[in-house]
Design a binder for this molecule. Structure first.
Ligand code: ADP
Ligand code: MG
Length: 269
């Protein structure tokens, strides 16, 4: 197996886009899996009540399972809810259950509610400074859970689906990130943009890549993720694409993208 370079400091990377269905979860779990298979120590935090990342990573997430809900709302340590991913040695998951679906409302009268995830992560990384990547999978909204992710993160990866109106909604996401950066987390940066569900046969896909490159020449990852049935069927086997069918085009693309990310954060390119 290839050894990926380690980052200079623990990277807390949130996968965000307030549009649903653009490939946030698929990208978060496959990049996380690829980084872990590259030898890095990875923790995935699922903060989407749907729990799709938990499913793909084979984590138990029935209601009542100790999850990120208890971490945020009851203040129990993150380490106490982590589950080892059965397929991937270096990867642990903080699962999300449907209990989390009430959190947006329950958090309304909690003090310092924007900082809950940041605090718990700071505590966790003090105990486990050897963790290389913490990857956060966000729900498709700009609510309190996503805000917690932005406040806790050092870096944002934005998946963009190669579709009509691909960049629609992007400017409001960028404005939100800019406001959070100014008010709550000055170290936040948009580090990576990943084009998903790319179809090289269509002009549209190529145009989306070109447009994203015009706006974000530094951030755009050079490997777009192709549309691949193997990626979409993997979660029904409690797997990521990279473990379910390592030779599929989707798996190979995610491994390339993950290597590029690892190189960026290790000071390479
Ligand atoms: P989000 O988390 O942004 O809502 P998902 O990652 O759940 O998006 O993806 C939405 C749907 O598209 C899922 O059914 C997923 O399996 C499918 N999907 C995501 N990426 C790909 C891809 N590259 N090829 C084929 N299907 C994909
Ligand atoms: Mg999702």
């Amino acid at each position: 197996a290839i050894e990926f370079p380690r980052p200079n400091h623990p990277v807390v990377m949130t996968f965000a886009n307030q549009k649903g269905g653009v490939g946030k979860t698929t990208s978060a779990v496959n990049i996380a899996a690829a980084l872990a298979l590259g030898g890095l120590k990875v923790v995935v935090i699922d903060i989407d009540p749907q729990g799709n990342a938990s499913t793909a990573l084979g984590a138990e997430h029935r209601e009542g399972t100790p999850s990120i809900y208890e971490v945020l709302l009851d203040g129990i340590p993150l380490a106490s809810v982590l589950q080892q991913c059965p397929e991937i040695p270096n990867l642990r998951v903080a699962p999300a259950t449907l209990d989390l679906s009430g959190a947006e409302v329950e958090l309304v009268d909690v003090n310092q509610r924007e900082f809950l995830l940041q605090r718990t992560l700071a505590d966790f990384l003090r105990h486990e400074p050897e963790v290389d990547y913490v990857i956060i999978d966000c729900p498709p909204s700009l609510g309190m859970l996503t805000l917690n992710a932005f406040v806790a993160a050092t870096d944002v990866t934005i998946p963009i689906q190669a579709e009509y109106y691909a960049l629609e909604g992007l400017s409001s996401l960028l404005r939100a990130i800019e406001r959070i950066k100014n008010a709550l987390n000055s170290s936040l940066r948009i580090s990576n943009i990943l084009v998903t569900m790319y179809d090289s046969r269509t002009n549209l896909s190529r145009e989306v890549v070109q447009e994203v490159r015009n706006h974000f020449p530094q951030q755009l990852l050079s490997t777009p993720i192709p549309r691949s049935v193997r990626l979409s069927e993997a979660p029904s086997y409690s797997q990521t694409g990279v473990t379910y069918d390592p030779r599929s085009t989707g798996a190979l693309a995610y491994r390339k993208a993950a290597l590029q990310i690892a190189r960026r954060f290790s000071g390479g390119n």
